[in-house]
Design a protein around this ligand. Structure first.
Ligand code: EPU
Length: 425
């Protein structure tokens, strides 16, 4: 199992190219199931989760060719309408094949995902929405077994805002008979990016980006070309990295308009930020006793509020900031696994329920730590970049699920970071 070795204390300077968004790519790849024609996709990041999605679609009979950041993907012939447990358990987003399969083929068998490191994460809202559209759904031996002659439009009000739930139901509704209204829909930019692709495929969708999405079903969709939006969480993670270490970086190929809440908090913390439509420049004088970041309180919530996927990275920043801060996690019930690991680096964090109390320290010190999930790993990388001495981060396969070449991008802007193989323990 690969590990990262990071020697902390070096400021970051230079330019980083931001990759395509993982959480836009995954639903977009699944949208290929909605048509027999090809989708020509670009800005596709090289990530473990993308490989898992392509493997799953490949097992169903979907053909795909990849060249650099481009993928041509076509579901002309689909011979298996199943998402097996071994793939769904490694990537929950596999549930995104359910809506498209059911809408186009009238059948689907998708493993229930089960719990994961950050919470129990049920998919009851996906099921409830598809049932409202006329699907017959049974749970058999751990599988969602769904059937529908043709889905019918319906008005669906989800109990909570769910990102992949909104995406699944929106995809299903594109081929349903009549109008579907999704109330309490997720407003995340990745939902809008998916809607843009679906519209290019011939779907009739209005309201994406608001909490009320209206979809008028059509008989058929066709092929289309689409460039996946930039990854706002990768962008935010690099901004936290420079905030922690000091220095100046420019992020290119990003979209500053998807990061309002994150940019506001970083400015509050003391980062100087300049933005264009596709770039962000951020700088901070190298920290010393007199020039530390300011601690900031954070409460995660649905877009456009502060994203849960940036919570661990901000926790790492607060660990070395001036003052005491509160971070409240409202989306997932168990997303504080990085706390114990950050404390191993010398942080002072206490957790009470869904709130963490962080007492900013003057410095952190290198140690051996363990990544527990994707964004927790990013928080540990940031902690390690600022800690004195060497930190060894184990289980970085979590990081590889969602960050494209994070260590080479960081090394290129001056971080002392390298990947080592299993033999170094
Ligand atoms: N929920 C239910 N029932 C459902 C669906 C959701 O109870 O049927 C609950 C969840 O358990 C959670 C809350 O509703 O407490 C919100 O979950 P949501 O469905 O929005 O999360 P998701 O769609 O499974 C996506 C991202 C996550 C991101 C969340 C929240 C993808 C592939 N994943 O997950 O990304 O944290 O939205 O913004 O889009 C990551 O990239 O590291 C990651 C975890």
């Amino acid at each position: 199992m690969d590990k990262l070795v990071i020697e902390g204390g070096y400021p970051l300077e230079g330019v980083v190219e931001i990759s395509g968004a993982k959480n836009a790519t995954l639903p977009i790849l699944c949208a290929s199931l909605l048509t027999a024609q090809a989708l020509e996709l670009s800005n596709i990041p090289r990530l473990q989760d993308v490989a898992t999605a392509l493997k799953l679609l490949g097992q169903m009979g979907v053909t795909r060719t990849r060249e650099g950041d481009r993928i041509s993907i076509q579901a002309a012939q689909v011979d298996s309408l199943e998402a097996p447990y071994d793939l769904v358990k490694t990537m929950r987003a596999s549930i995104l094949v359910l809506g498209p399969m059911l809408a186009r083929f009238g059948q689907a068998r998708v493993s229930l995902p089960g719990g994961c490191a950050i919470g129990s994460r049920p998919v009851d809202q996906h099921i409830k929405g598809l049932e409202a559209m006329g699907a017959k759904i049974e749970i058999e031996a751990g599988y969602i077994v769904a059937e529908a002659r043709r889905l019918r439009g319906a008005r669906i009000v989800t109990d909570m805002v769910t990102v992949t739930g909104t995406e699944n139901l929106m995809m299903a509704a594109t081929l349903a008979e009549g109008e579907t209204i999704l109330e309490n829909a997720a407003r995340e930019p990745e939902v809008t990016d998916l809607a843009q692709l679906l519209v290019a495929m011939g779907a009739r969708i209005t309201g994406a980006g608001t909490d009320r999405i209206v979809i008028e079903g059509v008989e058929k969709l066709h092929g289309a070309a689409h460039r996946v939006m930039p990854d706002r969480i990768e962008t935010g993670t690099f901004l936290c990295a420079v905030a922690a270490t000091g220095g100046a970086i420019e992020l290119r190929g990003t979209r500053s308009d998807t990061l309002d809440a994150v940019l506001e908090k970083l400015r509050e913390a003391g980062l100087t930020i300049e933005c264009g439509d596709t770039w962000i420049r951020a700088s901070v004088a190298k920290h010393n006793g007199a020039n530390r970041l300011r601690a900031m309180n954070v409460r995660t919530s649905e877009y456009p509020a502060f994203p849960t996927d940036m919570q661990a990275q901000f926790m790492a920043l607060n660990c070395i900031a001036d003052g005491t801060s509160l971070i409240t996690e409202t989306i997932f019930e168990n997303r504080f696994m990085h706390v114990a690991e950050l404390n191993r680096l010398g942080a002072h964090i206490e957790v009470e329920g869904n709130t963490a109390l962080i007492h900013g320290a003057q410095s952190l010190s290198g140690s051996s730590v363990m990544a527990t999930d994707l964004r927790a790993s990013a928080g540990l990388v940031i902690g390690a970049l600022v800690a004195h001495g060497e930190t060894l981060i184990d289980r970085i396969y979590h990081l590889d699920r969602g960050y494209e070449e994070m260590e080479s991008k960081l090394a290129a802007v001056g971080a002392r970071i390298r990947r080592v193989g299993a033999d170094r323990s």
